[in-house]
Write a protein that binds this ligand. Structure first.
Ligand code: ADP
Ligand code: MG
Length: 400
């Protein structure tokens, strides 16, 4: 895989696929405001390196799912403004993807200048299942540039025009972020220092079943919290009240529990949970043993005893991968399990990796020092597919 250091970029137009799919809210004055600019910051080293070497940088990205329509609330204009602040330099914004505005903006770029194209998913061909349609958009994107850099780790698991098809049309390289992500996940998958522990949480068991299955052949310890744990607890015959439960996955989870046992993987489940009477911050809530969850109560966080147990099972680990919050961290009463877990991971002396969009958001929202982790992945889906052992099309294409 080539890196940006292998490219001669001076004076050349470099199309860079970035992941600027940032969360936004209404500023109140009719404009949209970025609530977490982590993904924009993550692309800065690559953008700075290209600029400083005299490249004409053309950024392409998506925001949300406009489904082929120019939806103003999904415009990337706020990202251009934020990037400009972060770079301390102007960022030209094209109000279309491959139209007149894009062509004009690109033509006006000088060496070291930066432009951002409008949301590439305004063009339905970006995500088309039809390779010819995607290829047509990719050809138009490629005509704007001389070189391609893949820096959107959040989308490398997707077969999309600006991710894979355009890479087939231009000399290409991996950006710094993609390279760092790939190196970390290859280390974890191929040759993890042991004990190797994975902590899974979040809301969807079914999404993460493939990951668990693949991990059971490599991990030493698997810790499960978050909304996921209730399907495991139910599989052990416990009452989970009105907690999140994927009843149709109970049999599969029973199989996973048996596989873990057969392979000598230590499966660690919560021993207590914070239950509430409703999915609300102001609902009645209390800490109960997992054996005492009553009907009418739902588990919204792991309890303090579970946090202590999880911390203890991580203390001597040499590799830790964490995906998925331990509770509904967005509401203060149910954030302590996630906070305690994050703190425990920052105390681990080894390689520590946070994967998953909400987990990374939790780290920032809870004000946990990001430097306490070896690596915080910018790609939720992509990091999960890595852990599942799959080939990621956006990475494979860079290796040709
Ligand atoms: P990630 O993006 O890190 O992979 P997920 O998307 O799988 O994580 O899950 C994140 C969501 O899971 C969060 O919005 C959080 O509120 C929710 N969650 C965590 N624990 C619970 C729970 N016990 N019940 C319901 N939702 C939960
Ligand atoms: Mg998520």
């Amino acid at each position: 895989m080539q890196t940006i250091d292998d490219l001669d970029v001076a004076g050349r137009r470099v199309l860079v696929r970035v992941d600027f799919n940032v969360p936004l809210d209404d500023a109140g004055d009719g404009t949209r405001r970025i609530t977490d600019d982590g993904r924009i910051r993550a692309a800065l080293p690559t953008i700075e390196s290209l600029r400083s070497r005299g490249a004409r940088v053309i950024l392409v990205a998506h925001l949300g799912r406009p489904q082929g329509e120019a939806k103003p609330e999904l415009s990337l204009a706020p990202a251009a403004a934020r990037l400009s602040e972060l770079l301390g330099a102007p960022v030209a914004f094209a109000t279309d993807v491959i139209g007149d505005s894009a062509k004009t903006v690109v033509a006006a770029l000088g060496d070291g200048d930066v432009a951002l194209l409008e949301n590439v998913r305004y063009d339905a061909r970006e995500t088309s299942k039809d390779a010819a349609e995607r290829g047509a958009l990719a050809a138009e994107l490629a005509s704007l540039a001389d070189l391609f850099v893949s820096e959107g780790f959040g989308v490398v698991h997707r077969e999309q025009a600006s991710v894979t098809d355009v890479a087939r049309l231009l000399p290409h390289a991996a950006g710094r972020l993609v390279l760092a992500e790939v190196e970390v996940f290859r280390k974890v998958l191929g040759d993890p220092d042991r004990p190797y522990a994975v902590v899974l949480g979040g809301s969807k068991v079914s999404d993460k079943l493939g990951v668990i299955e693949n991990l059971l052949s490599s991990v030493d310890r698997l810790l499960v919290g978050g909304g996921m744990c209730f399907t495991f607890l139910a599989a052990q015959g416990k009452n989970v009240g009105s907690s999140l439960l994927e009843a149709d996955q109970i049999e599969t989870v029973k199989g996973l529990i048996a596989t873990a046992e057969a392979r000598g993987v230590e499966l660690v489940l919560p021993v207590d949970v914070i239950v509430a009477t409703a999915f609300a911050a102001d609902a009645d809530h209390k800490d109960v043993s997992v054996d005492d969850i009553e009907d009418g109560w739902m588990g919204l966080d792991i309890g303090p005893n579970s946090s202590a147990l999880f911390a203890e099972r991580l203390a001597d680990a040499k590799t830790v991968v964490w995906n998925g919050p331990m509770g509904v961290f967005e509401m203060a009463p149910y954030a302590e399990g996630t906070r305690a877990l994050a703190d425990a991971i920052t105390r681990v002396d080894g390689l520590t990796v946070v994967g998953g969009g909400d987990s990374a958001a939790a780290v920032r929202l809870l004000g946990i020092d990001e430097s306490g982790f070896s690596h915080i992945s910018t790609g939720g889906g992509a990091s999960l597919e890595f852990l599942e052992g799959r080939t990621l099309p956006g990475i494979a294409v860079l290796e040709d």
